[in-house]
Design a protein. Structure first.
Length: 261
């Protein structure tokens, strides 16, 4: 079974791992210049570096659909710089998963494949997709929806280690981001994690720097640019999160339930 995932950030990559380990063929798409925060667990980095590895799975950049098919034969996950999803018509996948996590539908249509799954807010079952998967932390995380829509975005990060909004590092100004630390560094409250021009971006709590934008990424003031995990466990920086795996399990269930044959 061929599954195309729109988006290749950390949650989309967790979905891809689940599907890959379930012996499905996975192709992913993302922006030509990805804006991933948790870059150590994002297959989108293949677009920038040619190849990347998340846990035990390797992804490689594909210039077009033909090269994507060749990479599938090599046991790799192809990642195309194709934010519009133009390759869908060429690859004709058995399932399309929209895991862009834009909080709205950026062009995925229920007619794109025999099974279309919307991940998170912005999708309505029967209109945009055949099934949707809940992304809100809590009792319904990862649940497959066969009607209605996932819960709306609250703009409040889920609790990790007793902290929510304090975990997120946001760009202090408009401009170009320059990191001052690296993913995996242990930080304290008040440490500078990066700069936008002369403006420092301070850590609001101590822990491990789990995510950070790459150097040179254009940002606007308030844009998410980093993530501190207060649990301070460095190994978590290199593992797909519990949330991503839960959502991945829901997507796997949805594909198996709603695919033809």
């Amino acid at each position: 079974m061929l599954v195309l995932i729109r988006g290749a950030g950390d949650l989309a990559s967790g979905i891809a791992l689940r599907l890959y380990h379930a012996r499905m063929q996975v192709v992913m798409t993302d922006l030509p210049r990805p804006t991933a925060i948790r870059r150590t667990v994002c297959f989108s980095q293949a677009i920038l570096h040619g190849e990347t590895r998340v846990e035990d799975v390797t992804a490689a950049y594909a210039e077009d659909s033909l090269q994507a098919l060749q990479l599938l034969h090599e046991g790799k996950i192809p990642v195309l710089a194709d934010p519009e999803g133009a390759c869908i018509a060429e690859l004709r996948p058995d399932a399309v998963v929209d895991a862009i996590l834009a909080k709205r539908n950026l062009g995925t249509r229920i007619t794109h494949a025999p099974c279309v799954v919307g991940v998170g807010p912005g999708f309505t079952v029967g209109v945009d997709c055949h099934a949707a998967v809940e992304t809100m932390r809590g009792h319904t995380l990862g649940r497959v929806l066969t009607e209605g829509s996932p819960l709306p975005n609250t703009n409040i990060p889920g609790l990790i280690g007793g902290f929510a909004g304090e975990r997120v590092l946001r760009a202090p100004a408009d401009g170009v981001f320059v990191p001052a630390r690296q993913i995996g560094d242990l930080v304290e409250q008040g440490d500078v994690a990066g700069y936008v021009g002369e403006e420092p971006m301070y850590c609001q709590l101590g822990g491990v720097l789990r995510g950070l934008l790459a150097e040179g990424v254009p940002v606007h003031k308030g844009m998410k640019a980093g993530d501190v995990d207060p649990r301070g466990e460095v190994s978590y920086c290199y593992q797909v999160s519990d949330k991503a795996l839960a959502i991945g399990g829901g997507v796997l269930e949805a594909i198996l339930r709603f695919s033809e044959g």
